[in-house]
Design a binder for this molecule. Structure first.
Ligand SMILES: [Zn+2]
Length: 455
């Protein structure tokens, strides 16, 4: 009897394992099937280890890259276009993880749970991206051979119009990079880098000030060019020159470090931290499956460090896309559509297939706060940088000149948006070791925006 009981128990246990195992398999099959099928050993879809199906186009129908049946990756014949698009499409060796030909492999294959990879015409899918080749080419040209990134997106719809990163190279003939290569050519700086922001971060500090400091309209600070927090030479916040008496609005337009150091301490560590969290900067965004690198901002209870955090130095590292999204939220009076890059997926017979990009909008700051910062960003351009830098554009912006390493030129930043009903674009420009944001990065932004508004 005991023997029988034992055996029955074993049988029960094994059938339980079988049932649970089947559930796990079915679940995994449904959730990860598209990745299994995309495995490079699958000879139905790969030739010579390369994807042998699918075409990628820009928003205007310009073919960026296509994978032919023999395993050849065929890029657009325009060298400047395909180089500008390098970090969006990816290179022939798939070294760039954000490249669409690698990141959206499963979508190019066109796998679905019911029919697998079956396609009546025997051909793969066509992926239309939201990016514009002409705007991207303008960004590549404006950056020249300098390291940096330019990103533009529609803050009302979330469509990414331009995402160019440099150094770049011809994706059809990728260089062999040394193991010790520090250029970071495989990195899409827009999505995957986190860099010292300098004064563009003052937008976040401004938001914290508006939310937490009463009587900000009457707030003033007199800048002598230096604000001391201790006795040593290092315990000082400095400006390039004494700015004199500054209102809150003037302090942002002149990018007065001493004033923003004081503002950061008036706000206090806890409240600044709260605003940073709400700003979304330290989140990772999901762009159709491509995850962005979160920014990293360390606050401090120590007054000097807190001052430098609010100024955008200290240990602040900002991801360009997350800053772009934040500026998009300022433009959208607090709310912003999350960015995406896949416009549409269709079969080769041009039948649109259901693809749902994100429809998420996020609220990153209070509407009244956003409106006040808008007003200050417009004032920056009118009073400090000059509207003449941006013909025919109504630009709202903030420059940054970020110190990162003693002896090296600063990183030049410019971020902002334009108010134009047909072109509601937010932008971010970074030129690493470029010098002054107001000289270098504004010029790049203007060149790109001039092409974008003619579309
Ligand atoms: Zn100052």
């Amino acid at each position: 009897m005991r023997k029988l009981e034992k055996r029955a128990l074993f049988c029960l246990l094994f059938s339980l394992i079988l049932v649970v195992g089947s559930f796990v398999y079915v679940y995994k099959f449904a959730s990860e099937g598209s990745q299994w099928i995309a495995y490079p050993a699958n000879e139905h879809l790969y030739t010579k280890g390369r994807l042998a199906t699918g075409t990628i186009e820009d928003r205007n129908g310009t073919v960026l890259v296509s994978n032919d049946k023999d395993g050849n990756i065929v890029y657009n014949s325009d060298l400047n276009l395909r180089t500008a698009m390098l970090h969006v499409t990816g290179d022939i060796h798939a070294n760039i993880s954000t490249g669409a030909n690698r990141a959206f492999k499963d979508k190019l294959i066109g796998y679905n749970l019911i029919t697998g990879t079956f396609s009546a015409s025997g051909e793969g899918r066509k992926l239309s991206l939201t990016v514009d080749s002409d705007v991207s080419k303008a960004a590549k040209e404006a950056l020249g051979n300098r390291t940096g990134t330019v990103a533009v997106f529609n803050y009302k719809t979330g469509e990414i119009l331009c995402m160019v990163s440099s150094p770049n190279y011809d994706p059809a003939k990728p260089p062999v990079l040394d193991k010790n290569d520090t250029s970071g050519a495989y990195i899409n700086r827009a999505t995957s880098a986190a860099i010292v922001p300098g004064s563009i971060f003052k937008l976040v500090t401004s938001s914290a000030a508006i939310d937490n400091l009463p009587n900000l309209d009457n707030w003033t600070y007199t800048c002598t060019g230096v604000h001391t927090y201790g006795n040593s030479e290092k315990d000082r916040v400095t400006c390039l020159k004494p700015h004199g008496k500054q209102t809150f609005k003037e302090a942002l337009a002149n990018s007065c470090n001493c004033a923003y150091g004081e503002l950061s301490n008036d706000i206090g560590e806890d409240k600044l931290k709260e605003t940073i969290k709400q700003s979304g900067l330290t989140d990772s965004y999901d762009i159709d499956g491509i995850k962005t690198t979160p920014s990293s901002i360390e606050t401090s209870s120590q007054p000097l460090n807190l001052a430098w955090t609010g100024i955008g130095q200290n240990k602040d590292l900002v991801n360009p896309i997350s800053m772009l999204v934040y500026v998009g939220a300022i433009a959208g009076e607090g709310e912003v559509h999350m960015p995406y890059i896949i416009k549409d997926i269709s079969s080769s017979s041009k039948i649109s297939l259901p693809y749902k990009h994100t429809d998420d909008t996020k609220k990153l700051l209070e509407s009244s706060t956003a409106k006040k910062i808008q007003d200050m960003m417009r004032n920056n351009v009118q009073k400090s940088y000059g509207d003449n830098r941006f013909p025919n554009l109504e630009v709202y912006g903030k420059t940054g000149t970020a110190e990162h390493k003693k002896g090296d030129a600063s990183h030049a930043w410019f971020t902002g948006f334009i108010k134009d009903e047909n072109h509601p674009y937010a932008f971010i420009v970074l030129v690493e070791k470029g010098g002054y944001g107001v000289d270098v990065a504004t010029t790049v932004a203007n060149k790109v925006l001039q092409v974008a508004i003619k579309k």
